[in-house]
Write a protein that binds this ligand. Sequence first.
Ligand SMILES: C[S@@+](CC[C@H](N)C(=O)[O-])C[C@H]1O[C@@H](n2cnc3c(N)ncnc32)[C@H](O)[C@@H]1O
Length: 325
Amino acid sequence: MTARPDAPAPNPHATEAQVQAALSDNKLAQVLYHDWEAETYDDKWSISYDERCIAYARGRFDAVVPDAPLPYERALELGCGTGFFLLNLMQSGVAKSGSVTDLSPGMVKVATRNGQNLGLDVDGRVADAETIPYEDDTFDLVCGHAVLHHIPDVELALKECLRVLKPGGRFVFAGEPTTIGDFYARKLGQLTWKVTTEVTKLPFLSDWRRPQEELDESSRAAALEAVVDLHTFDPSELEAIARRAGATEVHAETEEFAAALWGWPVRTFEAAVPDAKLTWRYRMAQYRAWLGLSKLDEKVLRHVVPRQFFYNAMITGVKPGGAGR
Ligand SMILES: C[S@@+](CC[C@H](N)C(=O)[O-])C[C@H]1O[C@@H](n2cnc3c(N)ncnc32)[C@H](O)[C@@H]1O
């Protein structure tokens, strides 16, 4: 596993002037925000590289491409963050070798390190999804998780995916917020944050209150978050974008309705209180509740609730001209 020697250095401590500039420069905001959170990202989102996250990543992949002829020889991940999606997919046997790429040098550094620790055949590179720095017809699979909604021109990025894919190669993107899902998740999150930070002002609950400077930092991060989160998607519109980019065999899926209605307030509550208050038993109980509600979504609600009401969207498509994998 290697990172390129010419890679830009991470900048985890942006100056106030850089933050101000980032408010009107989306790509700078992406780099500052994600460099800032790179080293703590896995903890913040409970990302691991064990059975739990391997099964989660593979579940997202299989949900949209249930019959892929595995493994792919060479895969590329865009907006890899710390490597959650591709590193776990590789561990589950989806691809033999991979390139983890991201706009944020800090993220590439962490993803490279994670891949190294896992002993996977992976290299890392700083890359903008709108101008992917690889030759045409290079990869068998291009994938990403929670990245499309950060990219200004999604159609251009999908065109770039098709360019670097071999004919018949496939792209798979998961973890994208739907428009309706994002609306209720944000509202529930804002309400939970307000209630938790107000209630914990009560003297007898003061040990449930995070230090004010940490709460202020979270609020500043939320301000940049508003700059980096560019899109939400209607699943049918996402399919139309992929077709306009030139893909065939395009198909979108959605998931998490009850799980999202439960999960977003829980995640926001957890971010608003001191970490030490959240015991292992509490975390396991939340995880089991989320698994149960995900089952309810999958077995029951997806048959009765329209797909645009679910929180997470996934999209796949194939580069024309090959066998289609
Ligand atoms: C929400 S994070 C997701 C990270 C990881 N895929 C995951 O699911 O944990 C989005 C990532 O996309 C990256 N990103 C944003 N804009 C990008 C772009 N134009 N090209 C490549 N990566 C980008 C960010 O730096 C960030 O690491």
